[in-house]
Write a protein that binds this ligand. Structure first.
Ligand code: FAD
Ligand code: NAP
Length: 340
């Protein structure tokens, strides 16, 4: 029987440590409990917040409905062929632990995605990515329960409509499905991706052909620890803004004013701007406003050391986005999902 607790403080459930409250809070650790909780919310017309590790949400206020923590656990090797292992992982598993588990067993491909906080079930939501690799490259399929009917549905890679830090679950199908498991297609032979300059530099003293996935993972972890605040110590949600995609024409015009603008080609028509560069050059790095601040070594990260409200964090984020618009005429989008 699921326990629906009332008026629960969510501070320990979001890595920004915002002390917002939930009207109801429940944890579901099997599919029948997931269905029962969805029915509980539906019957009372409660808004629903599906929660993993809380590392990509901003609670702008108390949540007036049910916060449902996904606690489904388990990993299963469901198939293998000459080239791949197919590993099904329950949504409530921790992503960092999954990467270690795969490294220990020789299921390769997740190395560059080491040390990304959060749950496995949230990984497809924004198609997590880092150091030149995105989840969609290792993704086979996911299973989900429809929020309105409780029906179980499978989504293959195409159906997820993955994009840059994006998927169908952030757009057209937002809030419509609770992901229960993700199946990954992992390599039997190492396929190292050293395309990211910072990673190549960190491993430069070793010939590329002698490198192992474990070394790549360790290098990724070391770079991340040197640049990013640990949310357990300094509350944050990682990058607060997405890197904006602009047209080639807009990029060329910006480059005339800002010759050292940091940007990367995406395709023939679009260029990705480094949001951190825009924010840094607008003078925000290290800026503090009461309990919230722009991190001193990574301008994309907003911190909440003083355990301020989500509204305070959002107010600072809005000021930054506005100043970027005024300075460069580039619209910054928030990466984390804002609730309620
Ligand atoms: P939550 O914050 O709990 O939820 C995020 C969204 O997903 C919410 O809308 C929620 O409703 C939805 N959701 C969660 N679980 C489910 C489910 N089972 N079914 C349906 N919807 C669900 N992200 C990157 O892409 N790359 C990085 O390198 C990276 N680095 C980070 C570093 C730090 C220090 C931090 C704090 C964050 C970083 N992030 C990064 C962001 C974050 O870790 C990822 O987005 C992660 O996948 C979020 O997982 P979560 O379980 O905490 O999701
Ligand atoms: P960085 O190395 O300082 O680079 C700054 C930005 O430039 C990154 O956002 C990255 O885009 C882009 N970039 C750098 N080299 C690139 C290349 N060769 N090709 C395409 N784009 C390139 O970045 P960082 O802040 O330390 O982060 C390192 C990696 O971890 C990045 O991939 C970043 O996305 C990821 N990360 C994500 C979060 C999050 O919350 N989403 C938090 C921390 C780190 P991309 O972001 O598109 O890679």
């Amino acid at each position: 029987m699921t326990d629906y607790r009332r008026d629960v403080n969510l501070q320990a459930h979001n890595t920004l440590a915002v002390p917002a409250r939930a009207r109801y809070f429940a944890e579901a650790d099997d599919i029948p409990s997931v269905r029962a909780a969805l029915e509980f919310a539906r019957a009372q017309a409660l808004p629903l917040l599906i929660l993993g590790g809380g590392s990509n949400i901003v609670l702008g206020d108390d949540f007036p409905g049910l916060v449902l923590q996904v606690g489904l656990l388990g990993r299963e090797l469901i198939a293998e062929d000459d080239h791949y292992y197919y590993l099904r992982v329950a949504a409530g598993e921790n992503w960092v632990q999954l990467v270690d588990y795969c490294l220990q067993r020789g299921y390769w491909g997740l190395e560059n995605l080491s040390l990304i906080p959060g749950s496995v079930g949230a990984a497809p939501i924004q198609n997590i990515g880092a150091y030149g690799v995105e989840l969609c490259e290792l993704f086979w399929e996911l299973e989900a329960v429809a929020v309105d009917s409780g029906e179980q549905v499978r989504f293959d890679r195409q159906a997820c409509e993955f994009g840059y830090r994006d998927s169908v679950f952030k757009g057209r199908l937002r809030d419509r499905y609770l992901i229960t498991s993700v199946t990954l297609k992992l390599h039997r032979e190492p396929q190292l991706n050293l395309s990211y300059p910072a990673l190549r530099e960190a491993l430069a003293d070793q010939p590329a052909e002698q490198l192992t996935p474990a070394q790549v993972s360790r290098a990724v972890c070391a770079i991340r620890r040197s640049k990013l605040p640990d949310p357990a110590v300094v509350p944050n949600v990682g990058s607060f803004f997405k890197n904006p995609l602009v047209t080639v024409e807009q990029y060329q015009s910006l480059q005339e004013d800002w010759p050292d603008l940091v940007a990367f080609p995406v395709d023939d028509r679009r260029v990705k701007l480094a949001a951190a560069w825009l924010i840094d050059r607008a003078g925000w790095r290290g800026y503090r406003e009461g309990p919230v601040a722009v991190h001193h070594s990574q301008a994309l990260v907003l911190t909440n050391e003083g355990h301020g409200s989500g509204a305070m964090v959002l107010a600072l984020a809005a000021k930054i986005a506005d100043s970027i618009w005024q300075k460069y005429r580039v619209q910054l989008e928030f990466e984390p999902r804002v609730y309620p």
